[in-house]
Design a protein around this ligand. Structure first.
Ligand code: XMP
Length: 325
């Protein structure tokens, strides 16, 4: 696989450059795919959404989107994917509820890379089954972007990059694989995708799975999903939504002592992370005003079950990575 960004591909910064990129990609997708069908995993993130929009432009109904609910999505996410792609963009979209299958298989797996691999493997299995049901699929579309390729060389086994799809017998179509995140957004905007999608923060393929640290349990996953929702809601209200590159919560598999209404508690902490970056290769912490942090803290402590402490991660990348696993 050729995985070095071609020198001829200049940085995309303007709408005209995005337009040229789109024209070029649409032509090369048409050339690669012809009249055959492409199956695409549509998570609803920026990368897969832009990839889907490019494929819809190139091959229309021959793109079959599959949205897998792996139980590791954010609150309201599946509903939004269905409403944007099925209702607004008219895409062919298959919804697969695989929540129990993922969570049952992940039970007891605590190593981050094993978790990623398990999630990746089940993902592939689910696709295999879906494609066999359709039985006329030749290609697998993927929203791989350049940092995924660079990082998978050393640090983390990003599940959307690697040899796994080859065993399916599908050829890959990766129309944004040499782009950095900011370039993907410009291309998405040029393709007419709504701002809420294009400027949405990135979300890793393994989703909340890499933020529910260690072995995932359903109750801790729920605490993570609810705290993430509160954080996003408060960022929106504070007008930080488009300003901060990535923000989320993490729930580690440890408990600490607390006190509520005079009673001892022994519960999880929620960790808040909010960082800015251009290309995800390095990142700096956002200086969130204490007033906003305190509001988020109060809501998490009163609305999320099983949590008695809230922390703010002040570590840049390096030395930390953006995600905790
Ligand atoms: P890190 O944690 O390596 O993250 O600093 C850099 C960016 O990549 C995202 N990320 C992932 N994306 N699959 C993905 O598709 C993954 O396994 C994965 N791990 C991290 C992370 O959210 C950040 O935007």
């Amino acid at each position: 696989m050729n995985d070095v960004r071609p020198e001829s591909l200049k940085r995309i910064e303007t709408s005209a450059q995005a337009k040229a990129y789109i024209e070029n990609e649409v032509a090369s997708i048409k050339k690669q795919v012809g009249n055959k069908k492409v199956l695409l995993a549509l998570s609803g993130g920026v990368d897969s959404s832009v990839c889907a929009a490019l494929l819809i432009k190139a091959i229309g109904k021959n793109l079959v989107c599959v949205h897998v609910n792996h139980g590791l999505l954010r609150k309201g996410e599946s509903e939004q994917v269905i409403s944007v792609f099925k209702e607004q963009l008219g895409a062919t979209l298959i919804y697969v509820d695989a929540v129990d299958r993922f969570l049952d298989n992940l039970k007891g797996i605590s190593d981050p890379e094993d978790k990623r691999k398990t999630i990746g493997k089940i993902f592939i299995d689910v696709f295999k089954e879906e494609s066999q049901k359709l039985n006329d699929i030749s290609f697998l579309g993927q929203g791989t972007i350049y940092p995924d390729i660079l990082e998978s060389k050393g640090v983390k086994a990003h599940h959307n990059v690697g040899g796994l799809p080859e065993e399916l017998g599908f050829e890959l179509v990766e129309p944004v694989k040499f782009l950095y995140k900011d370039e993907v957004r410009i291309v998405g905007k040029e393709l007419g995708l709504p701002d809420s999608m294009v400027y949405r923060q990135p979300f890793p393929g393994p989703g909340l799975g890499v933020r529910c640290l260690g072995a995932i349990t359903r109750d801790r996953l729920e605490a993570l999903r609810e705290s993430d929702y509160i954080l996003r809601d408060e960022f929106k209200k504070a007008n930080l939504e488009g300003k901060v590159w990535q923000y989320f919560t993490i729930v580690p598999d440890l408990k600490s002592t607390g006190i509520t209404d005079g009673m001892r508690t022994f519960e999880w902490p929620v960790i808040i992370r909010a960082v800015n970056t251009r290309d995800a290769v390095s990142a700096t912490v956002e200086e969130i005003p204490y007033e906003i942090l305190f509001k988020i803290r109060d809501r998490i402590l009163s609305e999320v079950k099983g949590v008695n402490r809230v922390l703010y991660d002040i570590t840049n990348k390096p030395t930390a990575t953006i995600e905790w696993e």
